[in-house]
Design a protein. Sequence first.
Length: 88
Amino acid sequence: MAGGWSRDGAVQDQIDASVQDAVKLARSRLPGGLGSVYCEECGTAIPELRRKAVPGVRFCVGCQSALEKHQTTHAGFNRRGSKDSQLK
């Protein structure tokens, strides 16, 4: 049940679109291709088990953790908007 000017099912469409955006972002961050034997950041050897577990790995665990801490999260945007924002 949608309200206002939206059609039936619009809320679910918004939820589906948000989930698809999050999945697309997560897939874009996955490594691919041939991995490195040595970390591209600090130069230490990447353990063989990590290279097998994560195809295309380029960083050691420590550098990968530091990189992920500095990545910005994708908050998205309000697809629906609010009536207040439309009145301004």
